[in-house]
Structures are given as C-alpha cells and as structure tokens.
Design a protein around this ligand. Structure first.
Ligand SMILES: N[C@@H](CCC(=O)N[C@@H](CS)C(=O)NCC(=O)O)C(=O)O
Length: 210
C-alpha cells in the first residue's frame, strides 16, 4: 500500500493512525503542501487527487481519496482490529464523532481556506483567531458528545473517532487552543498518545517532518 501524505496534514495523520492500528505496512510518499506553491497542484498528483488534497491511498489498482472513506475501506478490507464497534447504533455514534471533527471542524482549518483569508486581507493574528474560534465551537460540541467516553472516544479500544480526534488536537495545540475547557478530549488525547500506533503516526515522527 502507498499513502500520499504530508507530515502536518491532519487528514493524512488520521489514516496513518488507522494503518498503524491495523498493523498494515505502507510506503509513505510525501507531498509538500507549501513548497513551490504546493505539490498538491502538480499534474501527476492531481490525477490521483482531483481536489488537490492529501491523503491518497493506493492499494493495488485502487486509488482512494477522503480520509474517512479510506479508513472505512481499511476497516472492511482488513477488519482486525476493528475501528468501528459491532452494534449498528454504536457504529453510528463513532461516525457521528468522527464526522463532527472531519466535516465541521477540520475544513475550516485547511490551508486553502487560510490562503483565501490571507488574500482577503486577514492578517496572521486574524487567521489564528479564526482557527481558534472554529476549533473552540467544534470542540465544545465534541466534548458534550463524549459524555459517556472513558479512555477512548468509544469503548475500551481506540477507533475511527480517535483517529480523527488526536490530529485535530494536534492542530488545536499548534494554534494555542487550551484544552482546559475540554477535559474529556484532553483525557482521550492523553491515553491515545501513549500508544505506539499514534506515536508513529505523529507529524514529528514522519520522514518528511521539518
Ligand atoms: N476531507 C478530506 C480533507 C483533506 C484535506 O483537507 N487535506 C489537506 C491537509 S489536512 C490538504 O491537502 N490541504 C491542501 C490545501 O489546502 O491546499 C479528507 O478527509 O481527506
């Protein structure tokens, strides 16, 4: 398997965690999102990812974008260990948490959104404020959804929601969001980041880390 990735990309970070949890070997192909205007715009990459976004997973003849579609694919193709619970209602709960992060928080943090803000005259402090604002709104909702959570987002093993939560916390800490208002998120982040699968997926552990 081959994963097109960027060390700091939180969407790629999600997939790296899932691959590690499932103990699947993969070749990491770095795509530098900033260098030369961004390698995501190079023609060879756009053929794989028409939206100019990482991650992209290649597994045999399959080329797949969208981190959650990739994780769901891995779950069906390589079921052990499971990243989704067995019961339908519980699976929906985990997807609810994962989508709250991947759809409602992360897109507002994205590089191309920040570039557009910059082009519209929003300065760096203004852009940081924007990031903290949307992360705060999103985390407040996720914190409430985690009312029954223990060490992980759901149940007693890390799953798809944890694959989304930890990278989003990484982004939050980078822009100076305090986790104090979100003790459940902070607790789950702490437990997950004790695990090798999360540590090996972390931005600083990637070959392309700067
Ligand atoms: N919904 C997509 C989001 C992918 C995404 O936004 N990737 C970011 C990095 S985290 C990216 O490639 N950004 C490049 C850009 O904004 O130009 C997914 O979950 O895979």
């Amino acid at each position: 398997m081959r994963l097109y990735t960027y060390f700091r990309s939180s969407a790629a970070f999600r997939v790296r965690i899932a691959l590690n949890l499932k103990q699947l070997a993969y070749e990491a192909v770095p795509v530098h999102l900033l260098r030369g205007g961004g390698e995501q715009y190079a023609e060879a990459f756009v053929a794989r990812s028409p939206a100019h976004l990482v991650p992209v997973l290649e597994d045999g003849s399959l080329t797949l974008t969208q981190s959650l579609a990739i994780i769901e694919y891995l779950e069906e193709r390589y079921p052990q260990p499971p990243l989704l619970p067995a019961a339908t209602a519980e699976r929906a709960r985990v997807r609810e948490l994962a989508l709250s992060i991947a759809c409602d928080i992360h897109p507002l943090n994205n590089l191309r959104v920040l570039r557009t803000l910059q082009e519209s005259g929003i300065d760096e402090p203004g852009r940081q404020k924007w990031l903290r604002h949307w992360i705060g709104i999103g985390f407040a909702a996720v914190e409430r959804l985690l009312a029954d959570a223990g060490e992980y987002c759901h149940g007693d093993a890390p799953g798809m929601a944890d694959c989304c939560l930890v990278p989003q916390v990484f982004n939050a800490l980078r822009v100076g969001c305090a986790l104090d208002p979100y003790p459940r998120i902070a607790r789950i982040h702490h437990h997950c980041t004790q695990l090798g699968a999360f540590q090996r997926a972390a931005p600083a552990a990637q070959a392309d880390a700067e």
